[in-house]
Ligand binder design. Structure first.
Ligand code: PAF
Length: 283
């Protein structure tokens, strides 16, 4: 496995491999890797000749300076995990390497980034689109892998690829959970043992709400019940819970209004913000 820090070196290596006819898979990350990331890397390795994983904490997608500063940086440990998994190249550039000049591009995603994460983290998805498009331009992958935990991010990346007409196939990967059901996230590292235990109630409550749906509870009642139940746990506070169409991400009045119904949630556990989602139905 090679650790590459400059665009020049990465481009040299990849163009040589492309000349040899090798397919290139790509997993963009911000490091602090967990089993969720490794599942993306494993799929990428299985489906491509070469697997590139980037580790770059992208400043333009943080709308909170403290969150950016507190974001865990664990390159040494991440490199060990990726070497064990069989990744070929880690790309770990500096901020000036990715942004020699400030990126002033403004993307227009219509309503996609006006809801949920986009509403609560203004500018976040513009920053994600900036960095992912920049990384795609550098790596030029055949396939790129994204986790479904960041459900809205996946929709934004797909929209961006379509808008920029990029020749990359986006591969969605299922959420990986801890034994308790808590969705794996780099942010979980900031939870105390007690907080981790209480945070497991997020997914437990989402699962119960799916049962309630089958018992014909309305969307409005489901939203209220999920929110009240989660808020009743000491240390948990729901920021939003929305039940949306899985493609447009717009809220739904009735279960039957879409063939693909997903519940998306953001919850503060102390000062750590966790997101999760559940598919209610796909037809
Ligand atoms: O999901 C993430 O870790 C980041 O948003 C991504 C896609 C690596 C872009 O910085």
């Amino acid at each position: 496995m090679k650790l590459v820090k400059t665009i020049k070196e990465l481009e040299e290596q990849l163009s040589e491999l492309r000349l040899q006819g090798k397919s290139i898979g790509f997993v963009p990350t911000m490091g602090a890797l967990h089993r969720g990331h490794l599942s993306l890397a494993e799929k990428c390795i299985a489906e491509n000749d070469i697997c590139v994983v980037s580790i770059f904490v992208n400043p333009t997608q943080f709308n909170n300076k403290e969150d950016l500063e507190k974001y865990p940086r664990t390159l040494e440990r991440d490199s060990e995990y990726l070497a064990q998994a069989g990744v070929d190249i880690i790309f770990a550039p500096s901020v000036t390497e990715i942004y020699p000049e400030p990126d002033t591009r403004q993307f227009d995603f219509g309503q996609l980034d006006k809801v949920m994460e986009g509403k609560h983290r203004p500018g976040h998805f513009n920053g994600v689109a900036q960095v992912v498009s920049r990384l795609f331009d550098i790596v030029k992958p055949d396939k790129a892998y994204f986790g479904e935990k960041d459900f809205q991010q996946l929709a934004i990346v797909r929209a961006m690829v379509k808008q920029l007409d990029m020749p990359v196939q986006i591969v969605p990967m299922p959420i990986i959970r801890e034994a308790s059901g808590l969705a794996m996230s780099s942010r979980n590292e900031r939870l105390t043992g007690e907080q981790r235990a209480v945070a497991a109630n997020i997914y437990k409550t989402l699962l119960e709400s799916r049962e309630a749906m089958y018992l014909n509870q309305t969307i409005e009642d489901t939203i209220k019940e999920v929110t009240d139940t989660i808020n009743s746990f000491d240390g948990l506070e729901v920021e939003y819970f929305e039940i949306v169409d899985g493609e447009t991400l717009q809220t739904l009045p009735e279960w039957d209004d879409s063939d693909y119904v997903v519940g998306c949630i953001a919850v503060f556990c102390g000062d750590v913000r966790l997101i999760d989602n559940i598919v209610y139905h796909t037809r």
